[in-house]
Design a protein around this ligand. Sequence first.
Ligand code: GTP
Ligand code: MG
Length: 204
Amino acid sequence: MNIQTATFIGSYVEEKSCPTNALAEFAFIGRSNVGKSSLINMLCNRKDLVKISRSPGKTQTLNFFLINNQFYFVDLPGYGYAKVSREMRKKWELMIKEYLTSREPLQFIFILIDARHEPQKIDLEFVNQLIDWKLPFGLVFTKSDKSGKSKTWENVHQFHDILRSRKETIPETFITSAETREGKEELLGFIEHLIDNKLGKYIK
Ligand code: GTP
Ligand code: MG
């Protein structure tokens, strides 16, 4: 699949105010600064569709991008960002939980994980949460250009080993880099597969 058009539609602070035209949605989430916004830009062949920052915590809302006039990419705020007040963090967590658990058009969630690190508690907790909520998700390892191939695979396998105790099937996994564009075809191909096989009710 090629992305021909990608348009920013809006930022929302609660699930209830998100677009209601029932197009399929694919969400991107991961710890703050993991590269969510950069990945969306890379998939869309754009430099500045989504704002990127050196300091974590840039994305604070549910940001909708209309892709090929057919479906949405949704950029979610990062979890585990320490430099906001407890109160603010609670608000984000509630907004994300509400969106993920009650959003009907949501087809699939991509959880982004920094390829350079061994499995982190915060990522495992989030994955476990999605398993408990019975939501469909895949793992996207980011910044592969900064991690050696063998180190990346070591981290991926460790993550899979931990998941095996909780899940019968290993989630779909992608190795990506916004710098080298590694993983772009695989990820877009997977989304296309979901759409072509009408695997979700909002996919038409
Ligand atoms: P928040 O919205 O703040 O939670 O961050 P985010 O997850 O959207 O991350 P963002 O895309 O803003 O990237 C954070 C930093 O990592 C930026 O400095 C990016 O340039 C850098 N970065 C993102 N992806 C990659 C990558 O694949 N390779 C390298 N080398 N740097 C990356
Ligand atoms: Mg961001």
